[in-house]
Ligand binder design. Sequence first.
Ligand code: ADP
Length: 445
Amino acid sequence: MTRSISLHDVSKTYTRGTRVVDRLTLDIAPGEFLVLLGPSGCGKSTVLRMIAGLEEITEGELRLDGEYANDLGPAERRMAMVFQNFALYPNMTTRANIGFPLRIEAPGADPRPRVDATARMLGIEDLLDRYPAQLSGGERQRVAMGRAISRHPSAFLMDEPLSNLDAKLRNHLRAEIASLTRELGVTTVYVTHDQAEAMSLGDRVAVMRGGVLQQVDSPRSVYALPRNVFVAAFIGTPRINLLRGLVRAPLDGAMTISLGKQYLRLPEPLSLDHQLLRVQQGREVIVGLRSEAVRIAHPGSARPGEMPITGLVEHVEFQGHEVLVHFNTGSRPAHVPDLEAARPTARPAARRRRDGTVLNRLRERAGSLRAGPVVVLDDAPEPGPGATPPDPRLPGDLVVRTTPDIDLRRGMQVPLLVDISHLFVFDQHGERICPSPDHLPDLDE
Ligand code: ADP
């Protein structure tokens, strides 16, 4: 019953030539829970609606269980959609709402057994005789889920189904959705702009930006091996530190990455990845440091692979179970556009390219560039129409996570240790070059 969903080179161009989904290729396995993640306006809902048959595919192919499906009507696809606005019929009870699609599907048949089984599964048996106005937000969303499940669909398509609910209920229902879809084993495509939701739900997460797929991988891989600066910055809280650096690789000395006023020495013997960085000699790069890659400690307590820098405390953010310390290290942060709710700018539809292995590989590599630069290294990006608002981060160029018992105040000079094994390096276009994309370390090592 559950099915595979494949998109091959799928694009969507609305009238006036704006391409909002750009050559998306994605294979979703039967029973997989795939999350489409990205900032508002990046094309996630459009992809979902093309899969559902609610939106025409401008170019490319949709296959359901391997069969060409571009021209199938929504009903023939037998998929169930759950939206953020629950869309229940106000004049129908829960029972009637859940039974409605069953009555349409098989007019003569008695929907009650399926409605009762669905209500049991969702724990809403005692709500069956209530009207939507008599239900809370969370209960309404459960009923909407019930209506989607009762038809035994071949796939679930969920568009931000939890975003109208408060945080506590959202977490609760998130866990319910995860266990329910796993129990039913139905292929699920779930749209969200919330990276924490994506990471907790998805078997795989497909990160989109400006209509272009940036990376599709397990939650663990998108966090540990982001393909570019955009993915690195979109995923993870607190946001990854992105510092502008310069690679120095003198023939007769240690290799370093200078970060403005300080530098990081790369430990010797150089790892293969660091040897590969030699070609960047003299070039500007972006150093990515997640907050767990830096700790507050004296150089004397450095473990192998940790290198010292110092930071001036700019701001201390108390979070209860932990503290985020914002340091000024004298480096310049890299600016990543589109991270928030930026809308993609209008681009004319690109011509369809020829197929071919080498071309395809080049396209893969260039994928994240099609939507415009992932990172901007100019000091003052020109403000203009559609300009991204400034990075909302607090002052400082480096955020470090620490325990709440530490007593730090603004203006203190603090020794820091950087774990070089957790260092990401991205090139000027924002593509990850270290760890090298061609020599992937084993995540289980
Ligand atoms: P997301 O789900 O990621 O927020 P959408 O898929 O809803 O993004 O929208 C992607 C882009 O397509 C947005 O810029 C949006 O304004 C545009 N768009 C969506 N629907 C239409 C439409 N019917 N006509 C023209 N543009 C549209």
